[in-house]
Design a protein around this ligand. Structure first.
Ligand code: PRT
Ligand code: ZN
Length: 283
């Protein structure tokens, strides 16, 4: 039986729980318990703070874990990155007060930087041969320059709104992160097999995100032109209709191309276009 460590509460918890649910795995909701039994997959769930997940997986307290790659990199724990999961996207960036005339990484030489990610930051500074003072603080990093505690900060940025609110500007995007499935390096063959099964389920969910299933009726004479403008796992599926001059076309489209492609298809005479949500895409 696999034991998976996930964030007990916080930004990754909800997306993690819905990924498990979409993969057919349900977990008893009680957050008071540290460990819960899952159903739908031979698995136990261990609820932890995200900071503790890389260590728990390295030590084998949990076989696998779901955590931000920022935490994996910061903690420097030796674990295997199995797959990225497409949620919890953010970056860790250097930011300075808005009115600073920023010239490049050397600007930070001899200056004080507040961060909760000292390890990743010191690696960046040694790469750029910058000698700065790194001050590790646990929270509210973004207010450090305004209260005179630091000249700049190194913190997680997502929309950038927090930086703007605090009169700061992002000057170096150092580390790009998202949630990932990680595993212990020394697992037995049975557990490895279970991880592959789990990844197969996760992969089909992650791949289907942002995709739509589109079906339409199309004049037979426009078929070649329509096929030429459409992507597809192989090519679109074409089904005959009772009226021989028409066919039915089925295709999976990325959401960001959806409207552009639909406009092109309408121009080719497509009618009765249906756009459906896609739950799983098994390649
Ligand atoms: O209690 P526990 O230790 O488990 O949780 P935590 O408080 O340490 O972490 P939590 O729940 O805040 O975040 C968990 C993970 O979510 C992080 O490690 C990242 O991998 C990921 N993540 C994604 C984020 C953000 N986006 C994010 N925007 N983590 C934090 N933020 C914060 C950031 O610190 C800053 O204060 O949001 C603010 C910036 O957001 P914008 O949108 O204003 O730029
Ligand atoms: Zn944390």
């Amino acid at each position: 039986m696999l034991r998976i460590a996930i964030q007990a509460k916080g930004r990754l918890n909800e997306d993690t729980m819905s990924l498990l649910a979409d993969a057919g795995i349900s977990v008893a909701a009680s957050k008071r318990k540290l460990v819960a039994q899952a159903s739908g997959f031979p698995m136990e769930v261990l609820y932890l703070r995200d900071d503790d997940i890389p260590q728990a997986v390295e030590m084998g307290v949990a076989d696998i874990g779901i955590v931000g790659l920022n935490e994996v990199a910061e903690k420097g724990r030796t674990v295997c990155e199995e797959m990225k999961l497409g949620f919890g996207a953010c970056r860790i960036s250097l930011a300075v007060p808005r009115d600073v005339d920023y010239t490049g990484p050397e600007w930070f030489s001899g200056r004080r930087i507040a961060t909760s990610y000292p390890h990743i930051l010191s690696k960046f500074f040694s790469l750029h041969q910058v000698n700065a003072e790194i001050h590790e603080i646990a929270g509210s990093v973004e207010i450090a320059p305004a209260v005179g505690m630091a000249d700049g900060i190194f913190d997680i940025v997502s929309s950038g709104g927090t930086l703007v609110q605090n009169g700061l500007k992002e000057v170096e995007k150092v580390f790009f992160s998202e949630a990932a499935l990680i595993s212990n390096l020394h697992l037995c063959a049975d557990k490895r097999t279970d991880i592959e099964k789990l990844k197969f389920r996760f992969r089909s969910i992650v791949d289907s995100r942002g995709m739509k299933y589109v079906l339409m009726n199309l004049p037979q004479k426009s078929l070649d032109e329509a096929v030429a403008i459409l992507p597809g796992m192989r090519s679109p599926t074409v089904l005959p209709l009772a009226d021989k001059d028409w066919c039915s076309l089925h295709v999976v489209l990325p959401e960001d191309q959806l409207w552009e492609k639909i406009e092109q298809l309408k121009a080719l005479g497509a009618e009765g276009i249906l756009v459906l949500a896609l739950e799983n895409m098994i390649k």
